[in-house]
Design a protein around this ligand. Sequence first.
Ligand SMILES: Cc1cc2nc3c(=O)[nH]c(=O)nc-3n(C[C@H](O)[C@H](O)[C@H](O)COP(=O)(O)OP(=O)(O)OC[C@H]3O[C@@H](n4cnc5c(N)ncnc54)[C@H](O)[C@@H]3O)c2cc1C
Length: 453
Amino acid sequence: MTHPGATPSDKHKVVVIGSGFGGLNAAQKLKRADVDIKLIAKTTHHLFQPLLYQVATGIISEGEIAPPTRVILRKQDNCQVLLGEVTNIDLASKTVDSILLGHTYRTPYDTLIVAAGAGQSYFGNDQFAEWAPGMKTIDDALELRGRILGAFEQAERSSDPVRREKLLTFVVVGAGPTGVEMAGQIAELADHTLRGAFRHIDSTRARVILLDAAPAVLPPMGEKLGKKAQDRLEKLGVEIQLNAMVTDVDRNGITVKRPDGTIDRIECATKVWSAGVSASPLGKIIADQSDAEIDRAGRVKVLPDLSIPGHPDVFVVGDMAFVDGVPGMAQGAIQGAKYVANVIKSELKGADPAAREPFSYFDKGSMATVSRFSAVAKIGKIEFAGFFAWLAWLFLHLVYLVGFRTKIATMLSWITTFLGRGRGQLTITEQQAYARTTIEQLQATVEDEKAAS
Ligand SMILES: Cc1cc2nc3c(=O)[nH]c(=O)nc-3n(C[C@H](O)[C@H](O)[C@H](O)COP(=O)(O)OP(=O)(O)OC[C@H]3O[C@@H](n4cnc5c(N)ncnc54)[C@H](O)[C@@H]3O)c2cc1C
């Protein structure tokens, strides 16, 4: 059954899909506009994805990087936050359908901003996800924390040396920023935080492998910084395997094809997937109803004003949009969202939609941490690595975290982790470690029952 949307209003209706960098910034930039905004997102929080790896490795808590969206927007009277997963966009009737616990709600719009981001891509091998979770959501990060710490716990109880070795082998697939950060932090967790905490195993002997089908670490940051990151990781004891194509993933390990065609097997209990992205399926829904095209990653090829062909009132921003020269990074989403909000505001004041200035992206650079006290950074033509890059990384991430309380809590967590060896968030619950499997089993049972009836 479809329920009508909430309270109708005479004001210009802006629907924003997503509460990530794109969605939140679009809504906030429209704060003083005479519009009625409905922000629909499938999570109750605004997620700061760049620090997910610190949740997965026990440095900070999920609350520090995921404040509730409705609390952030509490003082913005023209915006209503609605929880629900958008399942359909109808460009002809200008409505959006979203589902919350089996109920479908229909929300009309005058202007639509789609900022539903991207998920993990397994390059057509979605079955890998069961054994190699990605790192896109709080659920992913908490589950990975459960798997990583759970592997050490099981190793402590195991008397079989082969099984112990498998449990103490951690493989991170994908040597981009997330993969580098994860591998570095698992190595530091094993070497530093957990050192001496077990009696039967030596956590410092854990094997951390970072592998990628590409020939370099951090390819977008260039050869010099990639090499610096690689050297630093190797100093931490991380094994780097490049030109290694993953061909299979199962409960007990992964299978890898080398450039000479040989096939290798790595026995490992914990696998992390950080190798590719696939834009929200809402992109295809939009493309199917318009002349918009999508690229191989499912991103919508938008016009220079970030709208889609034939629909100047529908904008796609952030990771869901393909714009030449704009990377799939927070700044791409933030700047795109602010540009669209400005377009809406000026057209409400009478500007001609046919005369829109094209969106232009200002590259503020990119950074990745490798370990404590070490990061790599590229700002324009300037490249630097090491301690100062790390300080710059800390500072910038604090600036972009939403909320004063969150900034303070994160800073305190960093002080205890980076100056001492403690991590305040090493708790794992049965629910975190097993929830995904349980939910998948339940879904499989429901599907079996449907098929049988
Ligand atoms: C682990 C990780 C580390 C990263 N590190 C960095 C970094 O260091 N620096 C950097 O600049 N960038 C980094 N990025 C990239 C950056 O986070 C993204 O580019 C940015 O989040 C894109 O913003 P967005 O608004 O397009 O999408 P997102 O921030 O992903 O937001 C998408 C929103 O849409 C919602 N949504 C999705 N589907 C639906 C649906 N069907 N219905 C309703 N709501 C929906 C989601 O719940 C979410 O609220 C990282 C990304 C990841 C995953």
